[in-house]
Design a protein around this ligand. Sequence first.
Ligand code: SF4
Length: 363
Amino acid sequence: MLDFFILSFNIHVMSPAHNIYIHVPFCISKCNYCAFFSRAIAPDWESYKNQILSEVDFWHNKLGRVNVPTIFFGGGTPSLMPTNIFADIINHIAKKFDLSNCSEITLESNPGTLDTQKLDDFIKSGMSRLSVGVQSFDDNELKFLGRRHDAKCAKKLLDIAMQKNIRVSADFIYGLPNHNVQNVINLCNQINKIGLQHASLYELTIEKNTPFGRMNLNMPNNDTMADMYLAIQDNIKLPRYEVSNYAARDNHCKHNENIWDGAPYIGLGHGARGRVFMDGVWFEQSGGDIKFNAIDDTTRAIEKLMTGLRTMRGATIDNDIKNVLDFDFINSHNALVKIDGDKIYATDAGILILDDLLVDILR
Ligand code: SF4
């Protein structure tokens, strides 16, 4: 019994910090392009909460009272959540884990689901960063995408949120059928005018089993998509810090940066995925039914390269990553990929062909 106690105690002391991602898989309706794990239902929030709390307990028992640097509520539409449910989840996490160094609690939201009172209540309960799914400032485009809000509603939420003492980000989609470079320039100009300090701009991708996947859409060709991507960097007044993310200094999403850097994280709730590090071993992990399987160091090294190379600061070349890299290829393709000290990063030209590049740099 004493041995068991000592063993458990040692594992807890050795467990590193873990970020927490909480999936909220509910929306008012489904957007035409959406392949995310979410359902258009009004959930029983008490049972959702109890599920999350039981998963928190499970991982507390496995990892001990580990440090949690960031928490991210993603969806779905987390802003639909009643604020008392959000507060109960945060308070429970605070009981089971160490939040003394937690520097960011993000809530994803959609316009039309938050008023000033609800926003204030989320902030009172610990939310420090709001991510708003704006997608477009054009009402016809919003309708086409199947969004529930219009541009006025989105601007109002951004306006309210930016007056609060929190960090605010907004998501946008470009590359809609018949879009050209001028559409992207107009979007960047509006982002600049509003004064957003963080924006994520994603290219529209057509997924099977979505309404768009069943339509024969006239999408921009690859060259136009590449030109639009380059136009973002030329026109948005925010530095790019990841393939699709732009932010002023000190406004990066710390949660995502930690994940891209290869830090461990726990995924809670159906549809969540995590990478847990226990007792010197990496585990791929999913929320909801609490499954976890060990993954080998090579698999994890490739994952870290995939996410790290998407960032402007690159991936840190640790021993595992060193073992999978083809240094001959890298040294002869410096126009695409470079090594600087212990970092490997893709150049502007490399970023445009990142999927192919990742295959080429592996041994
Ligand atoms: S709000 Fe987001 S998660 Fe919900 S259906 Fe639309 S794109 Fe999907």
